[in-house]
Design a protein around this ligand. Sequence first.
Ligand SMILES: *Cc1c(COP(=O)(O)O)cnc(C)c1O
Length: 364
Amino acid sequence: MTTPRPRPEVLEISPYVGGEATLEGINRVIKLSSNEGAFGVPPGAQEAYRRLASELYRYPDGGALEVRRAIGARFGLDPARIVCGNGSDDLIEQLCMAYGGHGRDILMTEHGFLVYQIAGINAGSRVIKTRERNLTADVDAILAAVSPSIRLCFLANPNNPTGSMLPYEEVARLRAGLPQEVLLVLDAAYAEYVGRPDYDPGVRLVNETDNTVMTRTFSKIFGLGGMRIGWAYGPPAVIDVINRVRPPFNVSLAAQAAAIAALAEPGWVEKGRAHNAEYRPKLAAGLQAAGIKVWPSEGNFVLADFATAARSEAADAHLRRRGVIARPVGAYGLPHCLRITVGTAEEVQAVIDALTEFMSGPHA
Ligand SMILES: *Cc1c(COP(=O)(O)O)cnc(C)c1O
């Protein structure tokens, strides 16, 4: 018997490992491993999902027109320049398949979001990672890595798992320095959490150029990670390309309805943002008081730096014994760090208590 073989590069891909959700022997797990919002699902989205149960035999609108209109109204964008995906991961994948390929390579940064690497290699591209400075994308390093084979450049802003961000001026300098034929993809999954006035999620550059795309998601502040829906805003030509290659019904009926309801939920985003603005600094301060280095973050998570991989692993094991699941980020080249989502007030306190205990114990 012979097993059919994929293209050789496919076997170079390490499967993406998502945040764990269960701990053996512990009933009430505090899951802080996937940056889901602290408040669960918007009530209106739950209601919309339930109401749909009897309609599930129908195909969804393949063009997701109502959702695109709702997104457009909410963010002041033209729905014709929006395309929805089965999570923003789907759109990243479609962009790589359409604009990447053999001899059409991809730039991303050293500790950038790993989906870019997986999608890029699968498309047949080489994925080149550029050095960061202080766990922050370095525009000069990215520009220095440009060669005639580069066709795509991914920047998560803010980045996961580091939490670092580039101000608008730096992103604009990146765009201006990249060749015209390089598509710049600005992944703004955490845009709603950013408080800095010098930030732009990508809308400005999409409007001002023909070669920049922004991706967004309903998985984080909108509380719909399990539904799988994200969107891209881009130049008409790029939106047209994605619409040619994406699966025709890539966003389910339920996901479309839940997203529309989540956008309409009164005060939802404001509540999530206010909570994060209060508890992200509290979490960081609590860990710092325990003697742990915490990197500055603009997302709904922090990166706790334990200096060595062994100490980070021991901290992770200690958290697990206390029922807390954080995210080890060795796959991101950060084996000495744990990424911890900003949960509810109680969850934040539980993390601080557990790690304070760890730091005063024998394994710290
Ligand atoms: C969570 C996250 C996403 C969102 O992915 P979905 O497929 O929309 O759930 C995209 N980019 C980054 C950097 C993320 O952290």
